[in-house]
Design a protein around this ligand. Sequence first.
Ligand code: NAP
Ligand code: GCO
Length: 259
Amino acid sequence: MKRFSLEGKTALVTGGSQGIGLALAEALAEAGATIAYNATSPESLEKGAAAYSKAGISATGYVCDVSDENAVRKMIAQINKELGKVDILINNAGIIKRIPALEMSVEDFRRVIDVDLTGAFIVAKAVAPGMIERGGGKIINICSMMSELGRETVAAYASAKGGLKMLTRNLACEWAAFNIQVNAIGPGYIATPQTAPLRENGHPFNNYIVAKTPAGRWGTTDDLKGTAIFLASSASDFVNGHILYVDGGILAYIGKQPQ
Ligand code: NAP
Ligand code: GCO
C-alpha cells in the first residue's frame, strides 16, 4: 500500500548486522528503502553482509562506532555520497552490561550511556541537516521495557533507555518544524543474541519473563517489523514523540497471582 511505501528512501540502521537491527532493516527494504547499516568491526559487518545477501537484500555496510562523533560524521558523509541523504534513521545500536549497581564501575556505566544514549544523539544530529535539506525525515529510536521499568543489574542500561525516551520526545519537539518525526519503538523481551544469556536452558529468568508477558511468549524480531515500517512511512506523518511499545502486553500487566 502506497501509504506504507518506502520506495526512493534511504535508511540507515545502526547496529544492523544482527538481531533487531537486521530484522528492521529487512522490513524497511521489503517496503522499498535502500539500506545502509553499521557495525563496530569488519567481522560483524561481514556477518551482516552474509545475512542480507541470504535475504536477497542489497545493503551497504560501514564500520563505525556510534559513540565516536568524528567516525559518525565521516560515515554520514560517505552515505550521502554513495547512497544519497538519509531519509530514515533507526537508532538501534546498543549494549547492555548486567552488573549489580554496587559492583558496577563508573567506566562501565559511562560506556553504556555513551553507546545507548549519546550514540543515538550523535547519529541523529549528523543526519538531521540532510533531512532538513530534503524537507523532512523519520528518526526511530529503539527504547526498551527499561525505558519504564527497573530491575536488578541493569542500572546503566535503564538510565540510558529512560534517557533515550526523553531524547525522543525532546528531538520530536525541536525538529517537528522541519517535518522530521522522531519516535521510538519499545520492544518487550525479544529473542536475540543480546538476550541469549537469559534464555539459556533452565535460566530462571526465562519462565519468569514468559509469565510476565500476557502474550505468553518471548517476542521475535519479526514482531517489530510492521511497527518500524509504520514509523518510517508517511502513515505516521502526524505521530511525533511517541514511544510505541511492542511488548506482548508486559507494561499493561500487574503480573500473575502466585498459586
Ligand atoms: P544485539 O543482538 O546485541 O545487537 C546489537 C547491535 O548493536 C550489534 O549489531 C552491534 O554491533 C551493535 N553495536 C553495539 N555497540 C555499537 C557501537 N558502539 N556502535 C555501533 N554499533 C554497535 O542486540 P539486539 O537484541 O538486537 O538489540 C538491538 C537494540 O534493541 C539495542 O539497542 C537493545 O538495547 C534494544 N532492545 C533489545 C531488546 C531485546 O529483548 N533483545 C529489547 C528492547 C530493546 P557489533 O556486533 O559490531 O558490536
Ligand atoms: C534485561 C534485558 C532487557 C531487554 C530489553 C527489554 O536484562 O532485562 O536484556 O533489558 O534486553 O531491553 O525491553
